[in-house]
Write a protein that binds this ligand. Sequence first.
Ligand code: ADP
Ligand code: MG
Length: 361
Amino acid sequence: MITKDEIDEILRRYEKGDVTIGTLGSHSALNIFKGAKEEGFATICICRKSDEIVYQRFPLADDIILVEGFNELLDDDIQQRLRQKNTILVPHGSFNAYIGAGKIMDELRVPLFGNRELLRWETDREKQREWLQRAGLTLPKTFKDPKDIHGLVIVKFSGARGGKGYFLANSPQSFHEKAGDMIKRGHLRREELENTHLQEYIIGVNVCPSYFHSPLKNEVELLGIDRRYESTVDSIGRMPASEQLQIALNPTYTVIGNIPIILRESLLPEILRMGEKVVKTSKQIAPPGIIGPFCLETVITDALEIFTFEISARIVAGSNVGIGTSPYAYLNYGEGMYMGRRISREIKTATENNELEKVVY
Ligand SMILES: Nc1ncnc2c1ncn2[C@@H]1O[C@H](COP(=O)(O)OP(=O)(O)O)[C@@H](O)[C@H]1O
Ligand SMILES: [Mg+2]
């Protein structure tokens, strides 16, 4: 594993007045690049040839490194090019999905905004649960074995797959039937059934608050809230129940985009406290805890109970709904603040105060 000392040594050689903000061209890259430009940084995009059109049509990256696959980020020559430009990488969901927490921690010798150690926690569902439970949040129940299923459960699989192939079941029998259907439809491989995560299905609405923990200000800010827009589950209400029954609808949860949410204000005290508790626990499990963005994925019921089923310890694509101005960020900052920019603002402040090592790992 790459040590913090090693990263600090790299930072010592950086030209602090000439930092470049870099990321993989995917997920929330436009959000991150726009924010970096607005804070006065140069930007660099590690981009797959197939995605280049995005960074041509939205020309926010000053420099583009074209690759066949994102794993090339680990190549020595690319890492060296990034260090030469004094690059700080901002990790997002595609870092975990395409490179993996282990390789990032062992092989990526470019400073990352955030706490590398937490990658290990957020990419493991069991560790996520432990973290959220220790923070005192309310979680859905889980079931160890499909044999134990009673009541409605959502069946999830490992790896960051954006909800693809997840399904509902309410008995061991329906589990096997629906799993078979998902395999037939090409959403799932049979081997993946070995490693399922069975979680009580909470009936309510999807609400995902995005927070920012500033180690410089020692404060947890709420920057925005979104809900996930998922195909096909979010389209069910557009079909009459009779048709749903006719086609034996077995929806999946593939995320397609995000929709901004404003919560009733009476929910904010708890939402704000949840963010603080998660940060406090993160300091215990992986000092110095969360640095920068994180997001809780929750379902809120009609009894106004908030169940948290997932945490991301980095920027989420749901924060893209705030590009330009996010309403909750507006309340604190006025116009023009959003997650991508908040990240660069923190890096800029750290650079000015000569405390970059507090936010970069
Ligand atoms: N316990 C739950 N109760 C109700 N809906 C859930 C629950 N867990 C997940 N979901 C739904 O399934 C989607 C995908 O689940 P999630 O755990 O976020 O998987 P991923 O790791 O692929 O993002 C969520 O966005 C939400 O719509
Ligand atoms: Mg999710």
